[in-house]
Structures are given as C-alpha cells and as structure tokens.
Design a protein around this ligand. Structure first.
Ligand code: GAF
Length: 392
C-alpha cells in the first residue's frame, strides 16, 4: 500500500478498532475533447495513479461516522432523511446514497474514512473520484446489480442533482473504467468506448498546475451548458433530428450565424469544431502521428480561450510559454477551466529544464509557485489488497 492508502486504512483501524475494506478510485486526465461530453460528443481521457481512498465498514446498526482526513472533519449523517450538509465533501457521499435510494436500494449506515493524494481543485476530478469510489464500494458491499458504466451514470446524476453542477459523464466514466497504459475513446451519447494504447515513447504527459481555481468555475460551467442548449434549440427548427451539438455541422451553424446571439454562436462553433477535432486526434494517435496530435491540442486551447472563454490568464501564460519550445509537442488547458492544470506532451529528456524555466517565469508574472505532475495511467475503481494490519 502507498502512504495515502496506509494512512486511510490505519486511521480507520485506530478509530474503530476493526479492519475495514479499502477501495480506491482514480482521478483522470483528458488528452483532448473538452466540454464535449455534455454535448453528446467524444472525449479521450485516462485514469491516473492518484485518487481517493475509502476505508469503509457497515456499522452494527448505530449511525455511521464519516471522517475526511484531507478536510479534518467528521459528520454523522442520518441516511433516513438525506439533506445537504455544510461539509461539502460529505455531500458527494450523500448524493450517491441518495441516488441508490432513488433506485429503490436501502443503504445501511457505515463508518468510513476518506483521504486522497489528488490535488483538490487542480482539475483532476477529485469530486468524481470520490463519487465513484463511494458508488463502487457500496455496490460491492451490498451486492447491487450495477455495472461500471451504470455506476458512472449514477455518479453523474448525483453530481447534477445533489451538488448542482450540470457536468457530463467523462470524469466518472474515466474513474470507473480506466485501464493502465490505455486511453479511453468514449462516445458520450451511446457510451460506446474503446481503449487505445498510448504510444508516446520518448514523450511524457506532464501537468503544470496553476495553483488557482477561480470562483466562477461552477456558475460559468452551467452557463456554458445553457448556451449550447440555446444554440441547439434555435437550430432544431431547420433540422428537427438535431438533439445536441453533436448533430450540428459547421456549415449549418455558419448558415444561421446571423440569427444566433454572437456569444451562443462562439460557444457552438467551439464545440462543433472540438468534436470533429477529437475524432481526428484519435486517428492521429492510432497512426502514431503525435506531431499532428500536438497541433490539435494547441488548437483546442485557442478555442477554449477565445470562443468558449473558460480559460484564465494563468493557463494562457503556461500554454503561451511552451508554444515555441521544440520539446513540447502539444499543450492546452485541461478540464472545466478557470484554473487547474495544463496538459503537455513533452520530450522526456527536456521535462526538468522546461519545468525550471516555466516555474521562474510563472512566479515572476503571477506571483505563485508552479507545481508539476508526471502522469502515470492506471486502472479504474477497485478493492485494494490490504497488507497485514499495521497495529499501532
Ligand atoms: C469537468 C466536467 F466535470 C466534465 O464533465 C467535462 O465537461 C469537463 O469539465 C470539460 O471537458 O471536468
């Protein structure tokens, strides 16, 4: 077990004087296909080796105590009357239980300890990892009949309904379905998926963390979704078979540009282009054409910066600084936006020097420290093998 897993396990043991089950769900990166999931488009994520650990055991009937190591908080929720709590992290757990209850299942009280090694707010999907680990563990412990894609849908509904973020399916799907050394090409409409090996010999996937998360992220995210829906609602009069931006061609959009609010037009243009770009980028990967793949990453960033307007000065600076660097094949902001990380494809031998250069300029211009994470892909949600109990 790694340090985090051990810490979570030991804390449970020390608090409850008994041995829990230990589950893990990973965070994710997304190579390309941003803000396409809730438009029924395609995404290309992979699960990573960092995420959330959950030590859990049903109680003998008494109310369950839930402990978050990262937030240093404890709650004892009443599962017979589920209502949001002031402790935000606990709502991600409650939202999942709420969905199981809506599906007709009774979830008995449990004790749990939660802890992670995923930087919170870095855009690596710590909330989806938490929802996924709870959904997976409760399914396993209660022998419920949900497969992994069904759990991803359940976790997405819990975030939409209980947390109020109208997110798509990508993050939960990647967390539950990830595979070591593979990226997932997911059709977010049908949930058809394929695994692709990542042939990036000589290259590394590197994340540069801005260390910021601007507060408008949640509201702007939901607004983007509404703007996309407004575009779809207008274009449906010309083609009633249109259900989402996935069904809109660039030529149809251009033909009706003048009728659309200019902001709605820009949002739709980005999404329509990004869906096509993601498919083309997947072909690049399969052909091993990483140069073309990298160029598309830069194009995605420009679209997110100027048309979708979900970037921020910190992310833009980090992408700008690597554009002319021959060691960087491609780079862009990743995830919902307004902070978090950029994802970069970098020649292995140049990673350290690149980080040193960026960190200096970033601190000079933004007055903040830059963090770097090297990404290792990993398997999705699982029950952890627990080494001999470490008695303290
Ligand atoms: C966030 C959301 F949770 C995802 O569903 C996705 O829309 C992403 O932003 C943008 O691609 O991570």
């Amino acid at each position: 077990m790694n340090d985090t897993a051990q810490r979570v396990y030991d804390h449970f043991q020390n608090t409850f004087a008994t041995e829990p089950h230990l589950y893990f769900s990973p965070g994710r990166v997304n190579l390309i296909g941003e803000h396409t999931d809730y438009n029924d488009g395609f995404v290309l994520p992979a699960a990573i080796d960092k995420g959330i650990y959950l030590a859990i055991l049903p109680t003998a009937g008494e109310p369950g105590r839930w402990i978050s190591l990262d937030f240093n908080e404890e709650v004892t929720p009443d599962l017979t009357r589920i209502a949001p709590l002031p402790q935000e992290w606990a709502n991600y757990v409650l939202g999942v239980i709420d969905q199981f209850q809506k599906g007709g299942h009774t979830i008995a009280p449990f004790h749990c300890v939660i802890g992670g090694n995923l930087p919170v707010g870095a855009g690596l999907s710590s909330s989806a990892a938490l929802e996924s680990v709870v959904a997976y563990a409760l399914t396993d412990l209660n022998e419920l009949d949900y497969d992994r894609p069904a759990l991803a849908l359940l976790a997405q509904r819990s975030e939409n309904q209980f947390i109020g973020v109208q997110c798509g399916i990508m993050d939960m799907f990647a967390s539950l379905m990830g595979r070591e050394n593979q990226v997932i090409r997911l059709d977010c409409r049908s949930l058809d998926y394929q695994y692709f090996p990542l042939h990036t010999e000589g290259l590394r996937i590197v994340l540069f963390d801005t260390g910021v998360k601007h507060s408008l992220a949640g509201t702007e995210y939901n607004l983007r979704r509404q703007e996309c829906e407004a575009g779809v609602a207008h274009l449906q009069q010309y083609d009633p078979s249109i259900k989402s931006l996935r069904d809109v061609s660039l030529s149809l959009l251009e033909a009706h540009r003048g009728e659309l609010d200019p902001v709605v037009y820009k949002r739709c243009k980005y999404v329509v282009e990004e869906i096509a770009r993601t498919l083309a980028a997947t072909d690049d990967l399969q052909r091993g054409d990483l140069a073309s793949f990298g160029t598309r990453m830069f194009e995605t960033h420009a679209g997110l910066q100027y048309d979708y307007e979900v970037s921020c000065p910190e992310l833009d600076l980090l992408v700008e600084l690597v554009k002319q660097d021959a060691a960087v094949i491609g780079a862009r902001m990743m995830g919902g936006g307004f902070g978090g990380c950029t994802i970069n494809l970098v020649r292995e031998e140049a990673v350290e020097a690149l980080f040193a250069r960026l960190a200096t300029v970033y601190e000079e211009k933004m007055g903040r420290k830059l963090a770097m994470y090297n990404v290792t892909t990993a398997d999705g949600s699982n029950l952890q093998e627990v080494s001999a109990p470490s008695v303290k």
